[in-house]
Design a protein around this ligand. Structure first.
Ligand SMILES: [Mg+2]
Length: 417
């Protein structure tokens, strides 16, 4: 069966939500912007009238008003946007039971096998677009293809209110001429590395030897190569209501940081908390995702595939590595986050005692309350997992603060989100 996958992406989502409940914003330049007093004096979403005046996301309110003095500014109302997003996902579910949200304002929808209901995929897209317009009052763009990656690329090609097909036979003419930084999944840093070795277009990327990319970017290099060639075997996956799909935590820093080293202890703490939560749900994740929010409010998210884990140490190591690779040089950062996703096999329940750790030495009394557990001697993943599971059990019995990593004892630098 040929796959038919649509990516439905809301245009200028936040400000479109506002316009749907305030008709006075129709047809005039308007934007959602935060409060300057709270470091949020930044344009979060500008409508197309404002974009025509060169307004861009993450611009300061002062810059925006200089470009467009009559700009109408609206404060963000994230609860309202979440509610609209939920309505969008429900509406898409009326067209197909297989809907996978990609973010608050977009989702993939699998229409494979619906040929008898809709004469063509374009006709289905037109019905969806009209319905979203009528019921939610929000414009959208829709990309159509046979896989998730191509559908996403197609949706980006025509905005606002575009319906674009991008089938594998059109890759050479429509996808390959695009600059490599237009490719979904490629951030500015990866794009810089690629252009530095002469890979300027998606076509250039599709033509290189895959080994070159895997040497440069590890597993994600192969994915880049496949995507550039229009190959994406990922299926549209419905998030199950009760199932934990990912576990993420982030921290707004008390003061901006300039390098991953400055947030090292914070990352250890986040990784430990995520790992504990994963173990509580008896899950192991095989994707680590990081979020870096810069002081200009631009956001970098990157992810990598790893062997399934619920170990704080593993999560930290990979997150730290990703941060080091993707942190823009000389940029100050206000928020860092880690997410563990792609959960697989269950962790088996085992009976644990502290004396499970035959390789673990107890080093006398550190203070009245603290014993120091020397973890350097724990080599295998299994040892570390058993240690972490036992620490969970101790914390559950005696409270969270009873045991902590030595490296975290001095760190009180952050406020958790
Ligand atoms: Mg979007």
């Amino acid at each position: 069966m040929n796959r038919v996958i649509l990516l439905v992406d809301m245009n200028a989502f936040f400000i479109s939500c506002e316009t749907s409940r305030d008709q006075s914003l129709v047809g005039i330049p308007a934007a959602v912007a935060g409060d300057p007093g709270k470091r949020t004096g930044i344009i979060l979403a500008a409508n197309y009238e404002a974009r025509a005046r060169n307004l861009k996301t993450a611009m300061t309110v002062a810059q925006a008003i200089r470009l467009c003095p009559e700009l109408r500014l609206v404060k963000p109302d994230h609860d309202f946007y979440k509610q609209k997003s939920k309505q969008l996902m429900q509406l898409l579910n009326e067209f197909s039971p297989i809907v996978e949200p990609n973010s608050i304002d977009e989702a993939w929808i699998d229409l494979s096998g619906c040929e008898k209901i809709y004469s063509t995929p374009v006709q289905a897209a037109e019905l969806i677009m009209t319905d979203i317009n009528k019921r939610l009052g929000i414009p959208c763009s829709i990309g159509i293809s046979s896989n998730k990656f191509l559908a996403k690329m197609a949706a980006e090609m025509r905005k606002p209110q575009g319906i674009t097909e991008l089938w594998p036979e059109q890759i050479a003419s429509l996808l390959w001429p695009l600059p490599v930084n237009n490719m979904y999944g490629i951030g500015s840093k990866t794009a810089d590395k690629l252009t530095a070795i002469g890979i300027k277009t998606i076509g250039d990327l599709a033509a290189v030897k895959p080994k070159l990319l895997s040497d440069m970017f590890g597993r994600s290099g192969l994915q880049l190569y496949n995507h550039a060639n229009g190959i994406d075997p990922e299926t549209v996956t419905m998030p199950s209501e009760n199932e934990v799909k990912s576990i993420g935590k982030s921290v707004t820093l008390a003061k901006d940081a300039n390098s991953p080293d400055e947030v090292r202890t914070i990352l250890i703490k986040l990784a430990d908390e995520i790992a504990r939560s994963a173990r509580k749900h008896k899950k192991q994740g095989s994707v680590i995702r990081i979020t870096i929010k810069y002081s200009d409010f631009s956001i970098t998210t990157r992810q990598c595939k790893i062997n399934p884990t619920a170990s704080g140490n593993d999560i930290f190591q990979h997150a730290y590595q990703l941060m080091t690779c993707h942190w823009k040089t000389n940029s100050s950062v206000r928020l860092v986050g880690i997410t563990l996703a792609n959960f697989s096999e269950e962790i088996k329940n085992r009976q644990l005692t502290l004396f499970d750790f035959d390789k673990c030495q107890l080093h006398g009394m550190h203070s009245d309350k603290h014993k120091l557990i020397q973890t350097n001697s724990l080599h295998g993943a299994d040892d570390r997992r058993r240690l972490e599971e036992t620490i969970d059990a101790i914390k559950q019995k005696h409270g969270k603060s009873i045991i902590t990593r030595g490296s975290l004892l001095e760190n009180k630098e952050c406020s958790k989100n």
